[in-house]
Design a protein around this ligand. Structure first.
Ligand code: LM2
Ligand code: CA
Length: 467
């Protein structure tokens, strides 16, 4: 976690707001200081505007899109004052942010918030959740035209630089009508990279796991929402608390929103460390189960997928790996030819099982789930049309049998145990017969008890770089 969303259907490489933020020294530079904007200047611990612009342009040329985490509900914590990462003064007590500029007129006060101490306590009360302060963060008055226009100006500036869209932070704490108004002010994307200037892709981080006054469905009219139930339910399956056979109906039948309304993920930067949306999800610290759940997510048609990429941490406040001067460490120790990360970076998106399943998803795009099979318990398999097939063994015993893959005859590379290098498989081969069947032998004790094949990694096919 260090900067932005970097997405390959959706491959989230780096998260984080890009605006000038408060410098928190106790604890020492926690990751979450970035969720306390001081101004909309693009200067953070990750770099300045020129460096950000260079990154966006370079990524766009490589067909990697950047989605910025837009923190527009609030500014800093209400107490204290100081100088932000871009040199702007801020005063949380006086509600003064001259770097924007915002002053006390631009924040919700006693007229809008009736909780007593200005903080949110009761999630059963919509007005309180939207007009009062989330963990004491000074709450912007988004009903005010000046505030809306400053936010839209910031987002349009990013669009002109070449970003592809936004992850909107804390929408539950903003009125859908105010968000709609701001989205309506956004320009089309930069035509230099996006011919025809399409609308930005927006997804909203609404934490809805039930039991509150506000539900994610209030926001799907504006743009997609994050689906937090998804990772919780899949964690139960891959921890063997709910049989995998039930995944046959995975999706809307599990009381989740429409597939076209959601962004789905196994974990995010909050719930992987017990912050927003709490824990209970699988993370990189449980790699075997995590890879299985991620592979299932990427193989299944439901939702717009996002892959997490992390740094390892001891405490839940700990910021990214850093040097003595607190500058962020690079992800690689030595040669860039080695894809794995060092220096405390986990880089799940560079794990073969995960990036090969991103390619799988791209290859099977547009197909339905077919040829479902399960053993009545924890072994499952399905195809995506006639383009891809996956078998996953969450059982405590081995899977050893013929299955109908729905794929054309040929030899395929299992993209979990290896890759297709253009002529041969670096891992296991799967031989699909003329009738579409193939034999699978998946040991439950394997590090990766699953096999995935697709027509993009069929021996003899032309190798395409699908990222
Ligand atoms: C989010 N999504 O809707 C982010 O994903 C989440 O990471 C943000 O909280 C939250 N909304 C607000 O943007 C994080 C972190 C909090 C942290 C805030 C602000 O999870 O713990 O709160 O950022 O930096 C921290 C302290 C909290 C304190 C607050 C204000 O943990 O105790 O409240 O700062 O000083 C007194
Ligand atoms: Ca609010």
């Amino acid at each position: 976690m260090c900067k932005y969303f970097l997405i390959i259907h959706i491959l989230r490489k780096k998260s984080h707001p890009d605006t000038e933020n408060r410098v928190v020294t106790s604890p020492n530079r926690p990751w979450w200081e970035r969720y306390q904007p001081v101004s909309y200047k693009l200067v953070t611990r990750s770099g300045n505007e020129a460096q950000f612009t260079e990154m966006v342009q370079r990524c766009n040329k490589a067909n990697v899109r950047i989605y910025v985490d837009a923190v527009i509900n609030h500014m800093t914590g209400a107490g204290g004052q100081g100088t932000g990462t871009g040199g702007s003064h801020w005063d949380g007590g006086a509600l003064s942010y001259p770097g924007v500029p915002f002053s006390s007129w631009d924040f919700n006060g006693n007229n809008e918030c009736h909780s007593g101490d200005m903080n949110i306590h009761n999630y059963g009360n919509k007005d309180e959740v939207r007009n009062c302060r989330l963990v004491s963060l000074t709450d912007l008055k988004l009903g005010k035209e000046f505030v809306r226009s400053k936010i839209a100006e910031y987002m349009n500036h990013l669009i002109s630089i070449g970003v592809a869209g936004f992850r909107v932070d804390a929408p539950k704490h903003m009125w859908p009508g105010d968000l709609q108004n701001i989205y309506g002010k956004l320009h089309g994307l930069n035509s230099q990279y996006f011919p025809g200037s399409p609308r930005p892709f927006v997804f909203q981080e609404v934490i809805d796991i039930g039991g509150e006054a506000i539900s994610a469905s209030e926001y799907t009219g504006c743009a997609r929402v994050t689906n937090f139930i998804f990772g919780i339910k899949l964690a139960q399956v891959f921890r063997r608390q709910n049989a995998a056979k039930y995944l046959r109906t995975w999706g809307e039948a599990w009381s989740m929103p429409k597939t076209t309304d959601v962004v789905v993920f196994i974990d995010n930067h909050d719930n992987q460390r017990g912050h927003g949306g709490r824990g209970g999800v699988l993370t990189h610290s449980d790699p075997k189960r995590y890879k299985m759940a991620t592979a299932f997510m990427l193989a299944h048609p439901y939702g717009f997928t996002r892959v997490m990429s992390s740094f390892s941490f001891g405490s839940s406040d700990e910021g990214p790996p850093h040097n003595g001067d607190m500058s962020t460490k690079n992800v690689n120790w030595g040669s860039i030819s080695d894809l794995s990360c060092g220096n405390g970076w986990v880089c799940e998106h560079r794990w073969r099982e995960i990036y090969n399943m991103v390619a799988f998803r791209n290859v099977v795009m547009g197909t339905n789930m077919q040829h479902w099979w399960d053993n009545g318990n924890y072994q499952i398999a399905f195809s995506r049309g006639n383009k891809g097939f996956i078998a996953i063994n969450v059982e405590t015993s081995d899977l050893n049998r013929n299955l109908q893959t729905g794929l054309p005859q040929g030899t395929y590379c299992d993209v979990i145990s290896g890759s297709y290098d253009g002529s041969k498989c670096t891992g296991t081969e799967v031989h699909v017969n003329g009738d579409g069947t193939a034999h699978f032998n998946i040991r439950s004790s394997s590090d990766d008890p699953m096999v995935a094949i697709h027509i993009g990694a069929k021996k003899g096919s032309q190798r395409k770089v699908t990222t």
